[in-house]
Ligand binder design. Structure first.
Ligand code: UDP
Ligand code: MG
Length: 215
């Protein structure tokens, strides 16, 4: 598996990914914390392109790709798909899009994801690094309520898979958020509030960044 990431990294360093140097914000938080909803608001107000790793994986299943069945089984179990699969999809989506600012939603989800991202995109010192990490902090009961009532027809929005996703979030994803926190990259948001209130906080975080970029 490591070799695939390495190969991809070599391609990237000599290709348009390093030339493009996109601006990236990671959007993290538990399942049902409101990442997708708030990303749609950010796109509308700040002109980012929203890349949901979960949506890219679901599109890959629908496209009938050779990895489709493996991805589908992992999502059903709430497990994290091998990094090289997700990284390839993200890399492709970034290169295919003319925009140079991206919200990467729901990724990196574990240390392996983070290391793979760094091996392809560069690390915090040298590469394409997140401007910051938006972390939607939300109590589990609230997330569970939202997931069970959202009716998006997702195979993983059932109580059994939801519990597994919470466990994976606590065990694998929170350490990634803690890593970025130790690098002072995390902007933590109280995501239990109504959508409009959460967006007020989000907006305040993006405004100075946009101003700086425009200056
Ligand atoms: N997933 C993954 N790697 C990623 C993003 C998602 O393996 O980088 C899988 C994982 O099984 C996860 C599922 O896709 O439980 C749904 O992810 P999504 O981000 O869409 O769910 P959300 O957290 O937004 O409810
Ligand atoms: Mg989502």
């Amino acid at each position: 598996m490591g070799t695939v990431v390495e190969a991809s990294s070599k391609e990237a360093s000599g290709s348009s990914l390093s030339q493009k140097k996109p601006k990236v914000v990671f959007v993290l938080g538990g399942p049902g914390s409101g990442k997708g909803t708030q990303c749609a608001n950010i796109v509308e107000h700040f002109g980012y392109t929203h890349l949901s790793a979960g949506d890219l994986l679901r599109a890959e299943i629908k496209s009938g790709s050779e990895n489709g069945t493996m991805i589908q089984n992992m999502i059903k179990e709430g497990k994290i798909v091998p990094s090289e699969v997700t990284i390839k999809l993200l890399e492709k989506a970034i290169l295919e899009n003319e925009n140079d600012k991206f919200l990467i939603d729901g990724f990196p989800r574990n240390e392996e994801n983070r290391a793979a991202f760094e091996s392809v995109f560069g690390d915090l010192q040298t590469g394409i690094t997140p401007e910051f990490v938006l972390y939607f902090d939300c109590p589990q009961e609230e997330m569970e309520k939202r997931l069970l009532s959202r009716n998006q027809g997702r195979e993983d929005d059932n109580i059994d898979t939801i519990r597994k996703r919470f466990k994976v979030f606590l065990e694998s994803s929170l350490p990634v958020i803690e890593y970025y926190n130790s690098k002072e990259k995390v902007r933590k948001i109280d995501a239990a509030k109504p959508v409009e209130e959460v967006f007020k906080t989000v907006k305040a975080l993006f405004t100075p960044v946009v101003d700086k970029a425009a200056a």
